[in-house]
Ligand binder design. Structure first.
Ligand code: FAD
Ligand code: FES
Ligand code: FES
Length: 488
């Protein structure tokens, strides 16, 4: 019996301002924002874009993490309400103290005149509240990064960043979340959430075996992880998703471990957590992961979702392919392992069989004599989709390239290795002549398209230039790796 059949009508249970909310499930794709504004008339949380881009709808979700409550900003406009089950929700209305005084974040925003029309302000306050809860004294860059998912049309951001710095100088001690933690612990023991109506099913298994069984029982169901792709199919494309299997409550899917040879990351690990683990092993990955969407998207979105979604301009795949990553695909009790590049068959078509799901990824640890770089080219630094994403890894032995792995995104229907470029590199001395032969071979590897992000000609040129940049950086290691941005 799948989780769905076991508990067909348990309500969705989560905490709001520390109080238990019990919500009868109806449409599993109803968003947190719709629930807040329409059911609870908590209209402090705004709707701007309904696609995770502007931050006006930012709320904070508290989850048990080890012995603490971890508070993370997410976009409520693309988050489905049932995914709150077992969690704590904070909205801008949650922050005012019982005595009516403002939270240090709110007070700092008032003191710094960090709001004009005020439409964006609740979203900023919630991103800063999450930062306030999770850090002690962030740098200006960390504050800027924390706000990368919030757009303001009026203030020019300066007073908002000033307010962020000021709130950390404020003295009030952080409120203890121990009571909330105890309540979350009591919720943690509740049975898996699942409900079915005449035309809707939602199932949130809590173990890998339950997930595998649910997947076999409902091969037609859409797997839902962080919802940062799936959410937009509902809010922007108005697609109907009658059957969902939510992987976010399967702790084993969020497991991150380092073995003697690999970094193993569960498909359900958030991009935030996956990035922290990956950058610990591959610091060259940091720039790209910092530029992957925004913190609310990375907090909700998963690495497995990026890989399974298989977008031609998915940021994680080219570097993971260059690093020789394999992906674990599970069906029932059987798990198979394939090279990540073999997952992609054609545009938006993967090798996932019916009843299979992505269970995790295995990234080889760095080899002593290999050099790795990855670069994202996009119009904006933050919160932008790549025009081109490139990744290179060469193994050098006495100046000769013993092994080369080159992968690109944004230049073909799927993320893909540049096999002709690799052939021109492998076995050759890493010198100017080889570089130019490899650049010519790269031209033959891809036939990019023109689109709103870049022309085909630009994509070809920048791909060659990135290979040359890699050559410079891998042959003169003290060259600082800086950001290559597309000039407007
Ligand atoms: P979901 O939306 O939950 O699922 C995505 C797809 O994968 C669905 O088809 C789902 O069925 C499938 N799926 C998920 N998990 C599994 C699994 N374990 N097994 C099988 N199938 C599965 N992407 C980038 O690469 N770079 C960016 O800079 C970027 N910026 C973004 C900015 C915004 C504002 C938004 C809204 C999205 C952005 N994205 C970006 C896209 C998205 O955030 C990523 O692709 C994210 O990793 C998707 O993960 P998810 O967990 O939210 O997936
Ligand atoms: Fe714009 Fe949610 S309304 S990010
Ligand atoms: Fe008007 Fe920020 S104050 S959008």
């Amino acid at each position: 019996m799948t989780a769905g059949e076991a508990n067909a009508y348990r309500p969705i249970r989560f905490l709001l301002d520390g109080k238990l909310m019990s919500v009868a499930p109806d449409d599993p794709t109803r968003t947190v924002l719709q629930y807040l504004r329409e059911d609870l008339v908590r209209t402090g949380t705004k709707e701007g874009c309904a696609e995770g881009d502007c931050g006006a709808c930012t709320v904070v979700v508290g989850e048990l993490h080890d012995a603490t409550v971890r508070c993370r900003a997410i976009n409520s406009c693309i988050q489905f309400l049932p995914t709150l089950d077992g969690k704590a929700l904070f909205t801008v209305e949650s922050l005012k103290r019982p005595d009516g005084s403002l939270h240090p974040v709110q007070q700092a925003m008032v003191d710094a005149h960090a709001s004009q029309c005020g439409f964006c302000t609740p979203g900023f306050v919630m991103s800063l509240f999450a930062l306030y809860q999770e850090t002690q004294a962030p740098t200006r860059t960390e504050i800027n990064d924390a706000l990368a998912g919030n757009l303001c049309r009026c203030t020019g951001y300066r007073p908002i960043v000033d307010a962020a710095e000021a709130m950390f100088r404020a003295t009030p001690a952080r409120e203890s979340l121990s009571e909330l933690r105890a309540k979350l612990q009591s919720l943690a023991g509740q049975p898996a959430l699942a409900f079915a109506s005449t035309d809707r099913t939602y199932c949130a298994p809590t173990t890998l075996d339950e997930l595998a069984a649910a997947r076999l029982a409902h091969p037609e169901a859409r797997i839902l992880a962080g919802g940062t792709d799936v959410g937009l199919w509902v809010t922007k494309q108005h697609r109907d998703l009658p059957a969902l299997i939510y992987v976010g409550n399967v702790a084993a899917m969020k497991r991150i471990a380092r073995t003697a040879t690999h970094l193993e990351i569960g498909a359900g690990a958030s991009l935030t957590d996956a990035a922290a683990a990956i950058v610990g092993v591959y610091p060259e990955f940091a720039e790209l992961l910092r530029r992957f969407a925004s913190p609310p998207i990375r907090n909700a979105g998963t690495l497995g979702g990026n890989i399974a979604n298989g977008s031609p301009i998915g940021d994680s795949m080219p570097p993971l392919i260059a690093l020789g990553t394999s992906v674990l695909l599970r069906k029932g009790a059987t798990t198979r392992e394939i090279a990540l590049e073999d997952l992609y068959l054609a545009y938006q078509k993967t090798a996932l069989a019916a009843g299979e799901f992505v269970a995790g990824m295995r990234i080889p640890l760095p080899a002593a004599d290999s050099v790795f770089r990855t670069y994202k080219i996009s119009k904006r630094f933050d919160q932008d989709i790549a025009a081109v994403c490139a990744a290179f890894r060469v193994t050098l032995r006495k100046g000769t390239i013993a092994d080369a792995r080159v992968a690109f995104g944004g230049v073909a229907a799927t993320p893909r290795r540049a096999t002709q470029c690799e052939a021109a590199l492998t076995g050759a001395k890493w010198n100017d002549a080889t570089l130019h032969a490899a650049m010519a071979a790269l031209d033959r590897d891809y036939a990019p398209i023109d689109d709103m992000r870049a022309s085909a000609a630009y994509r070809k040129l920048v791909s060659r230039n990135l290979l040359q940049r890699f050559y410079v950086e891998s042959t003169t290691p003290d060259v600082a790796t800086s950001v290559v941005e597309m000039t407007p």
